[in-house]
Design a protein around this ligand. Sequence first.
Ligand code: MEV
Length: 448
Amino acid sequence: MTTTDVHVVINKGKSCAESAGVTASDSPGSTHSFNAGPRSSRITGFAQMEPSQRLDALVERGFMNDEQAAVFCSPAQVSSELADNFIENCVGSFSLPLGIATNFLIDGREALIPMAVEESSVVAAASHGAKLARTRGGFFTTPTKTIATSQIQFKVAPQDAASVPVWFERVRSELLERANNCHPRLLARGGGATGVELRVLPKPGMFVIHVHVDTREAMGANIVNTIAEDIGRWLPSSLPCTVGLKILTNLTIHRLTRVRCEVDPKALEMSGFSGAQAVERIVAAWEFADLDPYRAATHNKGIMNGVDPVVIATGNDWRAVEAGAHAFAAISGHYKPLTKWSVGDEGQLVGEIAIPVAIGTVGGVTRLHPAVQSSLALLGHPTADVLSGMIASVGLAQNLSALRALACEGIQRGHMALHEKNIEMMRRYDHIPSLTAVARGNGASRTE
Ligand code: MEV
């Protein structure tokens, strides 16, 4: 397939660049030829291409088909009817830029990562971190369980509190059975309740039951909330108590995703620093976050710079993932970094991340949003556990890039170059009349 063929099919005769008013001769990368090489996520010159050429490159390398790629540059991905079904009081849709992070090698598989994000540097930093990790084989994930947890809070008279653990042991299997009866189809898909737990809260007579459920491909909020409410209704018939809240927890510790990578110190050499010095400085930068919650908050924000855009592009609930990540960071009683960096036996930099990633690949927006479907296609239609590993890998790559920049040269040099580009864009687009002004029939006024 030639580049021209791809343009014609993707955009039904019009490339994204043409749709945006840029002609082929304006385009800086217009002479770039894509050699349909092996399916690698290292795409030479990707950053210098026009958006439509980047899409062509993804199609030519077999990461997506023409129709899936066309969705990314379609101006109306979500119809007003669809949007109106997603939320209440809907008046339209809100767009975010979608970038593709390159260079990812995850468990030996090449991966191009869709990232929906407005912050400059983020996609470049993820790609850079992934390139560094490739020097020693990329990212290695530990298989993740897709477990979500219901909480059912209840209270007994303080004098009855001692008998509650005995009662719980008696009803343990009944609780599991009740949970599974709520979702017989989940059982058929190999999921279902995997365990129940009684937790004593630090107030006399106050308890909470946890029901752990393997939700398979679903993020599982609806599944575990239904179970929580069912058990909450049944509870007073088995134990004299007052039932409180019945809802999932976003602190999904049974969904912990662990990823590890290593970096060859040679790849970290830069003017003024040897590879070994860079390794040492990156580890020291991590140690700062380990010692100081003020630094840990920023360190973890940088990790979430990588995590959230993939969670968004795959149609998942980024507020849930954020809540889980920060609650997990504080689980020891002190707010800590979600990653750890150390020096390996051979002087290599070793990075590890442990983060709960409660996402799904089915349900709600995932199935309905065309760009989400294209993102999942680009990722090779991963299962939920594999997608969790990919998301955590991007978080680790992002953190590596940030620490390397901060520990060695500072981030402002790279940041300011991109920031300048944004300022220039603002200058260029400042003459565009605001939609409000156009709607009021006053197209001459400046952007509001
Ligand atoms: C900026 O969005 C993120 C960083 O502040 C992260 C960090 O400091 O580790 C660069």
